[in-house]
Design a protein around this ligand. Structure first.
Ligand code: FAD
Length: 460
C-alpha cells in the first residue's frame, strides 16, 4: 500500500528525542519521509538550552542531528508551536503517524510558603538564562549576595552550582551568553549549598559532575564527616557506579587532603557544600518582606531500605541564610493538546513502549514519554525503540492506508495563520551568524537570544 511505500511521518520537538526518532525511521525505512516541527526558531532542544556551556563535548551530538536533517527525506520546521499554530489532530490528518517528542518545559514547584519571593527562581529558568533560552532572558538573577542555596542534588543542581562558582574567565571561551557572563563577572556569591532531603547514598548526580566540582578552580568542598558515618559498610552492597560515586564523596569528606590539595583549598575564595537530610519548609523573607533571606529546613532521617528509602522529619528545624534560592527538584512536561491523553500526576503521555494509549497512529519518545530523567544516551535508546514500534505498526497495516499530503497540507494551514516556519537551511544561516559573532572574542558562538532578531536576519 502507499503508506508502506512512502509513509509521511511527523515528529514534534527537535531535541535528542525528536532527532533520534527521525534518525531511526529514516535509517530503517528506505522511503519514509520525516518532518520535524519545533516551536523555537532553532533546533536541538536541551542540547542547546540545557547542557552546560562548559561541556562542549556533550554537544557533539549536534553533528549527528545535522546529518539527519540533511537527509533528502527529512525536513525541519522551526518557529511552529504545536498546540498553538497547528493542532495534533491536524497533524494526524496530514501524516500517517505523529511522534510527540516535545520534552519537559516546566519545572516542579516547591509548594512551600515564600516560593514567590524575589530571589527565588527555578534552576530551569537559571539554566535557560545562561544558555540563551529566549523566554528566560529577562531573569536578571541577583548575584549580589554571598550565599546561594540550591534545593536538589541532581546533575542540574551541580551544573548550576558549577556555573555560579567557576571563575568567569574560565567561561569566556564557551557559548554562554554575553549577558550572563557579564552578570557572573559581577557576582559576589562565595558559597553555594546544595540541599537534599536524603543522604549521600541517594544523591542523583553522576561521578563526572562531582569530580568537576571537587576540582573546581578557586573553590573548596564543605562536607560534614558526620553525614558519612557507617557508610563504609553500606557501600559494599550497592551497584558499582553508585559505589564509585559514594567512595569519592566519602574520601572527599573524611580523608585529609595531601599538601598540594590542602594548599589549594586554603587559598580558595569560594566554597560549595552538600547539606544532607534537610527538607525545605519555607523560604524566609528579609525583614522588610521584600526578598528571600534564607530557607527553613526540616531535619530528616531515613526510613526504609534501598529504593523505598524515605526522608521523614525528626521535628528539628534549621534556618540557612542566603540571598538566592534555586529550586532544582525536577522538570515537568505540559499537556500539548486536549486531544492527547496526559497523565498529570506522572507528567508524561501514557504509553506502552512509545505507543500512546488508545490513540492509534500517535507515538511519543524522550522526556515526555519517560519523565524528565536520563541523559542523552538514555533518550537515544528510548527514541529508537519508539521508532521501532512505529515501523512495526506500519508493517502490520495498522496505520492509515492511502497517501497523505504531509507538509503541503500543514504549510497551507500555517500560511493561512500567518506563521512563517524556519527551515534547516535558515537555521544554518543563523548558525553561521552566531559563529561569526563569537569569533572576535574567541567564543565558539555568540547565541542569538531574540527570536524577532532571528526572523529579521532571515528576512521573514
Ligand atoms: P528536549 O531536549 O527538551 O527537546 C524537546 C524539544 O521540543 C525542544 O526543542 C522544545 O522547544 C520542543 N517543543 C516543546 N514544546 C513544543 C511544541 N508545543 N511544539 C513544538 N516543539 C515543542 N544529558 C547528557 O547526556 N549530558 C549532559 O551534560 C546533560 N546536561 C543537561 C543539563 C540540563 C540543565 C538538563 C535539563 C538536561 C541535561 N541532560 C544532559 C539531559 C538531556 O538534555 C535530555 O536527556 C534530553 O534533552 C531529553 O530530550 P527530549 O528530546 O526528550 O527533550
Amino acid at each position: 500500500s502507499t503508506q508502506e511505500k512512502t509513509p509521511q511521518i511527523c515528529v514534534v520537538g527537535s531535541g535528542p528525542a525528536g532527532f533520534y526518532t527521525a534518525q531511526h525511521l529514516l535509517k530503517q525505512h528506505p522511503q519514509a519521509h520525516v518532518d520535524i516541527y519545533e516551536k523555537q526558531p532553532v533546533p536541538f532542544g536541551l542540547v542547546r538550552f540545557g547542557v552546560a556551556p562548559d561541556h562542549p563535548e556533550v554537544k557533539n551530538v549536534i553533528n549527528t542531528f545535522t546529518q539527519t536533517a540533511h537527509s533528502g527525506r527529512c525536513a525541519f520546521w522551526g518557529n511552529v508551536e504545536v498546540g498553538r499554530d497547528v493542532t495534533v489532530p491536524e497533524l494526524q490528518e496530514a501524516y500517517h503517524a505523529v511522534v510527540l517528542s516535545y520534552g519537559a518545559e516546566d519545572h516542579r514547584a516547591l509548594e512551600i510558603p515564600g516560593e514567590e519571593l524575589p530571589g527565588v527562581c527555578s534552576a530551569r529558568a537559571f539554566v535557560g538564562w545562561y544558555n540563551g533560552l529566549p523566554e528566560n532572558q529577562e531573569l536578571e538573577p541577583d548575584l549580589s549576595c554571598d550565599t546561594a542555596v540550591i534545593l536538589g542534588q541532581g546533575n542540574v543542581a551541580l551544573d548550576v552550582a558549577r556555573i555560579l562558582l567557576t571563575p568567569p574567565e574560565h567561561l569566556e571561551r564557551t557559548d554562554i551568553t554575553k549577558a550572563a557572563l557579564g552578570v557572573l563577572r559581577q557576582s559576589r556569591v562565595k558559597t553555594v549549598w546544595l540541599v537534599g532531603r536524603r543522604g549521600p547514598l541517594q544523591v542523583a548526580f553522576t561521578i563526572k559532575e562531582l569530580r568537576e566540582m571537587i576540582q573546581l578552580p578557586g573553590a573548596r568542598p564543605i562536607l560534614d564527616p558526620v553525614d558519612f558515618l557507617g557508610l563504609q559498610d553500606k557501600i559494599k552492597e550497592v551497584p558499582r557506579p553508585r559505589k564509585r560515586l559514594t567512595e569519592l564523596l566519602l574520601r572527599t569528606a573524611t580523608e585529609k587532603p595531601g599538601p598540594a590539595e590542602a594548599a589549594r583549598q586554603a587559598s580558595a575564595s569560594r566554597a560549595w557544600g552538600l547539606r544532607f537530610f534537610r527538607s525545605p519548609q519555607q523560604v524566609l523573607p528579609s525583614p522588610d518582606g521584600r526578598r528571600a533571606a534564607g530557607v527553613r529546613l526540616a531535619v530528616t532521617r531515613l526510613e526504609g531500605v534501598d529504593e523505598a528509602t524515605r526522608a521523614v522529619p525528626t521535628g528539628d528545624m534549621e534556618d540557612l541564610p542566603c540571598g538566592l534560592v534555586l529550586s532544582s527538584i525536577g522538570y515537568k512536561s505540559r499537556p500539548v493538546d486536549p486531544s492527547v491523553p496526559f497523565d498529570s500526576k506522572l507528567g508524561v503521555i501514557p504509553n506502552v513502549e512509545g505507543r500512546v494509549m488508545d490513540v492509534p497512529g500517535l507515538y511519543c519518545s524522550g522526556w515526555v514519554k519517560r519523565g524528565p530523567t536520563g541523559v542523552i544516551a538514555t533518550t537515544m535508546t528510548d527514541s529508537f525503540l519508539t521508532g521501532q514500534m512505529l515501523l512495526q505498526d506500519l508493517k502490520a497495516g495498522l496505520l492509515p492506508s492511502g497517501p497523505r499530503p504531509g507538509y503541503a497540507a500543514i504549510q497551507a494551514l500555517l500560511s493561512s495563520r500567518g506563521v512563517r516556519p524556519v527551515s534547516f537551511s535558515d537555521w544554518e544561516k543563523l548558525d553561521a551568524e552566531e559563529v561569526a559573532r563569537g569569533q572576535g572574542t574567541g567564543k565558539p558562538r555568540e547565541k542569538l537570544v531574540d527570536p524577532q532578531e532571528m526572523l529579521r536576519l532571515l528576512g521573514h
